[in-house]
Ligand binder design. Structure first.
Ligand code: SF4
Length: 101
């Protein structure tokens, strides 16, 4: 099912409908350049999605200055989603300049 996509090892956004015990239940998510490295799949809701298994994967990522980004695909072994202000972001992001140092 993953087709080489990195998994989401944890997610801090407990308010998201796809979050189940700090795991992402969304199957696949998209990370965008909005507000840093925002998870564009997050969806705040009192109800929870009823999807199994509770493992999410990164389908696509538009953060082109991340060292793990290769032609708009994430090549990390896995990512963590963290809460920053009021939204979820990729906590595994590393600026590409770090790679060049
Ligand atoms: S680690 Fe980098 S390439 Fe992978 S999802 Fe996060 S920001 Fe995108």
């Amino acid at each position: 099912m993953s087709m080489g996509m990195p998994n989401i090892s944890s997610c801090e956004n407990l308010a998201c409908a796809y979050n189940c015990d700090n795991k992402c239940n969304a199957m696949t998510v998209i990370v965008s350049e909005n507000e840093g490295t925002k998870c564009d799949t997050q969806f705040s809701s009192a109800g929870k999605a009823d999807l199994l298994p509770a493992v999410g994967f990164v389908a696509a990522c538009c953060v082109t200055d991340c060292r793990y980004n290769n032609t708009l695909k994430c090549r990390a072994n896995g990512i963590r989603i963290v809460l920053r202000s009021d939204h979820a972001e990729c906590g595994t992001y590393l600026n590409d300049k770090i790679k060049m140092a």
